[in-house]
Write a protein that binds this ligand. Structure first.
Ligand SMILES: Nc1ncnc2c1ncn2[C@@H]1O[C@H](COP(=O)(O)OP(=O)(O)OP(=O)(O)O)[C@@H](O)[C@H]1O
Length: 469
């Protein structure tokens, strides 16, 4: 028995609550992450169902699961259970090792090597809830509009209303947690609402890779083609995951051509614009760019406020505007984090039976706010990078161009964009009054090189860790 736990049900009784949660997580977390972090967790539920303990293999995994997934898991458990559930993470006892992923694969040929790491197909464990794999809750109605997503949303609505015409393919790109997945589900849901017979498929790119590999192994390419080439709408998420996967890219290209020829629509999402993709064939990239590529930006303050108020209302809770402003001012990175903050506040309010107020939000978000207080400044980045590369801080603002100075300066600009909320012009200003295009060039250059040069990646990693403290 795990220390400090109240009586638990046996493992065989626990899974229904956990399994329901796992099923939902499988729909929203990329498959590789799901297989790595969620699938191996073993669950125990207390007798009264008020506490669920997840056993994690080691401390590193425990920290990661806590930081990345605990808030979401709690919310899903509460949604499934219909009442508060306390989530605990515990180290798995040594004598009862947690379930692990299947034995390592032998990578005998190029196609097998395209399987995502530690992956077994998700559908082996988690049945797809519907053929289209759409989450019916992710609709245009529940997607708050703001200047950050206005263009992408308008294009998406156009595609949903008149598929196969303009903007084919539609390529939606942007940073994490900004609503790309939500938007593509909204297109699919809208199309199905208008045309229930339409063949719509939402798929994460990693699952597509798995499908290619499986059909290769089982020699079922005809079925594969039949399945993908007959669609009316293909929604493919995080397309950057097909990078470096030759066979998958070929099959994607074939599906792409077949679908466009019959005027079916293709919508893709990615973390970068088409030309920013690396290790994807030029012929594919140019096709990605041949319809409309549109960005989703981080939401502005008013949009963050609206999202908080809407999401609270959807949970049957009221969030006064002043509280929403307080939270929105402090949680600025992306919508997923905003949702996490909201969940914490609502849970805190329920447990303590107190109305939502600024003070309550302050208490509920204590940890998060203290991190904000230690926020990283551009000045700090400049000093840390200058120290690391042994140049003078003054060279960060100077006009000097030798590579030994220009490169650390570009790295500092990249980190300033990544680790602070400053805009490109603001960063340019802080680097000796440089133009925002100079900053953008540096950011793109370093981001692209990081993917290819492991030494640079390592250096950036060290700098990031140093700055985050
Ligand atoms: N404009 C919005 N209005 C309401 N909810 C939003 C909005 N944008 C994002 N969300 C919500 O934020 C969460 C994260 O969004 P989503 O998963 O679509 O992001 P993403 O851009 O696909 O991220 P990733 O690249 O990490 O997959 C989801 O719960 C989504 O419903």
């Amino acid at each position: 028995m795990i220390e400090g736990l109240s009586p638990m049900t046996t493992d065989s009784e626990a899974p229904s609550l956990w399994q329901a949660c796992v099923d939902l997580l499988a729909q929203e977390i990329p498959q590789q992450q799901f297989n790595t972090w969620i699938r191996p967790l073993a669950a125990q539920v207390s007798d009264d169902g008020g506490k669920l303990t997840l056993q994690v293999a080691n401390r590193f995994k425990m920290d990661w699961v806590r930081a990345q997934y605990a808030a979401r898991i709690t919310a899903l458990l509460e949604a499934v259970q219909g009442r508060p559930v306390v989530l605990e993470l515990a180290l798995a006892p040594r004598e009862a090792p947690v379930r692990t992923s299947p034995a390592p694969r032998t990578m005998q040929d190029q196609v097998l090597s395209e399987l995502p790491d530690v992956a077994t197909p998700v559908e082996a464990a988690v049945p797809a809830p519907n053929r289209s794999r759409l989450n019916p809750q992710l609709t245009f109605t529940t997607l708050v509009e703001g200047s950050a997503n206005r263009m992408a949303r308008a294009a998406a609505m156009h595609v949903a209303g008149s598929p196969g015409q303009l903007y084919n393919p539609l390529f939606i790109y942007g940073g994490v947690g900004l609503g790309k997945t939500h938007l593509v589900h909204a297109i699919g849901n809208q199309m199905l609402a208008d045309k229930p017979q339409a063949k719509v498929l939402y798929i994460h790119a990693e699952q597509f890779v798995t499908d290619v590999v499986k059909s290769y192994q089982r020699k079922t390419f005809d079925e594969f083609k039949q399945r993908y080439h007959s669609l009316d709408l293909l929604l493919i998420d995080d397309v950057q995951f097909i990078a470096g996967k030759e066979r998958t890219q070929e099959e994607f290209f074939n599906a792409f051509e077949a679908l466009l020829a019959k005027k079916s629509h293709i919508v893709m999402t990615s973390d970068t614009y088409p030309k920013g993709l690396t290790d994807i064939h030029e012929r594919l990239v140019s096709r990605f760019d041949s319809g409309l590529a549109v960005a989703i930006e981080p939401p502005e303050l008013e949009m963050r406020v609206a999202i908080l108020i809407n999401k609270a209302a959807a949970e049957g809770a009221e969030m006064p505007e002043e509280v929403a402003f307080f939270v929105a001012k402090n949680v600025r990175s992306n919508v997923r984090e905003l949702e996490g903050a909201l969940r914490k506040i609502l849970a805190y309010s329920r447990f303590n039976q107190k109305d939502v107020s600024i003070q309550l939000a302050r208490d509920a978000l204590k940890d998060l706010l203290s991190i904000q207080n230690r926020q990283i400044s551009v000045e700090n980045i400049q000093k840390t990078v200058a120290d690391y590369y042994k140049i003078k801080v003054a060279d960060m603002y100077s006009k000097k161009r030798p590579a030994s100075i220009a490169r650390p300066r570009q790295i500092a600009m990249f980190l300033a964009k990544e680790l602070t909320q400053k805009s490109l012009p603001e960063i340019g200003e802080l680097f000796g009054g440089r133009d925002h295009t100079t900053v953008l060039h540096a950011v793109r250059k370093i981001a692209a090189e990081r993917q290819k040069v492991s030494e640079l990646n390592q250096q950036l990693h060290v700098l990031e860790q140093t700055l985050k403290g």
